[in-house]
Design a binder for this molecule. Sequence first.
Ligand SMILES: [Zn+2]
Length: 278
Amino acid sequence: MGNDGGSIPTRRELVKSAARAPTISEMKANALESLAHAWAHDPLTSEPLDMDNVVSDWRGRLYNYETILRSLMPSDEQPSPDAPTDPPSNGAGPTFASTGIRSLRDIVKLKVTCSGDKGTDVRICPISLKKLGPATKAVYLVPCGHVFADVAIKEIREELCPECSEPFKSENVVPILPADKADVKRLEQRMEKLRAAGLTHALKKDKSNKKKRKAKGTAEGDSSGEKRHATEEAVKPAKKDAPSKTSGINNPMAASLTAKVLAEQEEMSKRRKLLARS
Ligand SMILES: [Zn+2]
């Protein structure tokens, strides 16, 4: 065997050629790794994602709600000169401006089911019980924000959210961190259509710049000594109130929308105070 002129490649040659062109499985592993990172980290701050307070833009990217609130704070309303004026950023990832998020109407707060296993933070699809993450294609529904495995939502006949019975249209099933080019294209077309109709990603009327100033001053006073030591612990309980304020989007009456916007602005104002002290 062999001895016919050395046509059999040596191990060294094989290794070299592998380094030049990554195999498909290597490329898949790399893609999975970056997807896993995106599932676990806020792209703007690189901080770990808090799955109880996670929001998504129309591209299906995930952010901490806190990051978006901080980034949306109008700089001309800063309470003191030493308050942070720049959105949190590690300098390496995308900038907030590049996300295109201009108001809370451009994001949807996600409701991600917890597996309930003690001591873990495993998130699952409430229908298929699949573990949500980079290995499972996941989607969320607009407007309600409930998150499911893609396969589970495809099985549903009626266009009602299985968790909250809120109606949704198939075009408003948004893939989370889509890797598929077809999905990305579909999301772009969806957003174009919404913009043309004067709507935001969250299916709200695109008039984000109105009413913003009215909420100013709602969180005055209440500057007790304990609050000066506001840390993560102090900020976190406040976050728990957030879901109720963004739910019920299916009933887009002007009055309730206005109330919500004002409530959100008030919350932002409170947070700004907390953050300014921390
Ligand atoms: Zn729902």
